[in-house]
Design a protein around this ligand. Structure first.
Ligand SMILES: Cc1cc2nc3c(=O)[nH]c(=O)nc-3n(C[C@H](O)[C@H](O)[C@H](O)COP(=O)(O)OP(=O)(O)OC[C@H]3O[C@@H](n4cnc5c(N)ncnc54)[C@H](O)[C@@H]3O)c2cc1C
Length: 364
């Protein structure tokens, strides 16, 4: 028998509770990542995301090589992958992080839950940073978040990891078609994926760049340097929020202006606060939070929408934002808010018409 660690948006080897637990369990472990065609074809997906994931996997693979471990990477949707795996192989448990994703991944996980239950496989899911599943109210959330974020990091003991090698025939059957060729491209202007890059951004931010954090946070150009730029590394799990928070707190002595550090740390909490909202109220992927807005704007003017997407509205700052995010995957907070506000207020378009397009552009 063996266990599976299924990597999703947690592409790191440190502070990884599922991997730590699987190693401690003592059974051999199969490390798996799935490029799921259904997720790659979803309305919010873009090749830039999967390149970042690919780079993250390469980085993990490099770190695993001294331990003679490999990650099995397949081009398959999760349900058929696990269905096929369980048919021929004796899996004891599947370890993963809980995922606060979109409707597609939520439905997939419900299907998988039934599959694992029917096949007698234990699915051990662990919370991502401070996000709590099944919460009926948020009273006390902030205190619990601090407890969680200041708790000891959960580093797996990689030297004790016993690898499970899938038989060659099973590998061939499970791998799926060749991976998309675009994965190994790296267009200029995008942040590179991987734990190593994430740590580099964190170090340079804490050592120097944080000095301009608050002063420049709303400036379109300067903020690209003085903000941490950690968002893709957090989104794809190259770094956990806990790792970043604890590292930053430890470096507090080096930071001249304490307000910069406080504001940065509070934004890490905002991040989990908003993800918690989405976890608890996932209808907001499609619906207005306030139903009073339901009939306000329903018609989409395709001509206006296209001009907005192309950065051709004739409003220079809006157009610059749209062209910039397409070319680099990044905008600071204010420059993200601006085109959304322009789309919904000035062009009077429903937010749903632009949300998927922006989700494709942001690397995070
Ligand atoms: C329309 C719109 C869309 C956005 N989409 C995303 C998105 O897809 N992914 C994403 O991570 N952030 C999103 N944000 C929030 C925010 O703009 C980015 O997190 C931030 O600009 C990332 O840059 P940074 O890592 O340099 O941030 P820093 O200022 O260095 O902050 C550190 C971290 O704190 C978190 N954070 C910072 N600001 C916010 C905020 N306002 N709300 C929630 N968390 C925050 C991020 O994880 C960020 O990496 C969006 C904001 C708006 C207005």
């Amino acid at each position: 028998m063996f266990n599976v660690v299924w990597f999703k948006r947690d592409l790191r080897l440190r502070d990884h509770a599922p991997l730590q637990a699987a190693v401690r369990d003592g059974l051999p472990v199969l490390l798996v990542y799935l490029f799921e065609p259904a997720v790659l074809a979803h309305y919010d997906s873009n090749p830039r995301h999967w390149r970042f994931v690919w780079q993250s996997l390469q980085d993990m693979q490099q770190q695993l090589t001294p331990y003679q471990q490999t990650i099995f990477i397949a081009n398959q949707n999760a349900f058929p992958f696990f269905e096929q795996l369980l048919l021929k192989q004796a899996v004891h448990s599947v370890y993963s992080h809980e995922e606060t994703g979109v409707r597609l991944t939520f439905d997939r996980d419900l299907q998988l839950k039934r599959l694992f239950l029917n096949r007698g496989v234990l699915w051990r899911e662990f919370p991502q940073s401070g996000i709590r599943r099944g919460l009926s109210h948020r009273a006390g959330w902030k205190d619990q978040w601090f407890d969680q974020i200041r708790a000891p990091l959960q580093h797996p003991e990689l030297a004790a990891l016993k690898s499970f090698a899938l038989p060659e025939a099973a590998q061939r059957a499970l791998a799926g078609p060749p991976l998309p060729a675009f994965l190994s491209e790296q267009p200029e202007g995008f942040q590179p994926g991987g734990e190593t890059s994430g740590w580099r951004y964190l170090h340079t931010f804490m050592e120097k760049r944080i000095e301009g954090y608050l002063r420049q946070i709303s400036r379109p150009a300067q903020s690209r340097r003085s903000c941490s730029r950690l968002s893709p590394y957090l989104a794809w799990g190259n770094l956990s929020v806990r790792q970043v928070f604890q590292f930053a707190e430890k470096q507090a002595g080096m930071v001249g202006n304490k307000r910069n550090l406080e504001q940065f740390l509070s934004r890490l909490r905002w991040r989990d606060h908003f993800i918690q909202k989405f976890e608890s109220e996932c209808r907001m992927e499609f619906e207005n939070i306030n139903p009073a807005f339901n009939h306000l704007r329903t018609e989409v003017d395709e001509r206006l929408l296209q001009a907005w997407k192309d950065g051709q509205t004739g409003f220079p700052l809006v157009d610059a934002c749209m062209r910039c995010v397409k070319a680099t995957g990044y905008l600071n907070f204010r420059m993200r808010a601006l085109p959304v506000s322009f789309l919904t207020h000035t062009l009077w378009q429903p937010w749903q018409a632009g949300a998927g397009f922006l989700a494709q552009q942001f690397l995070d």
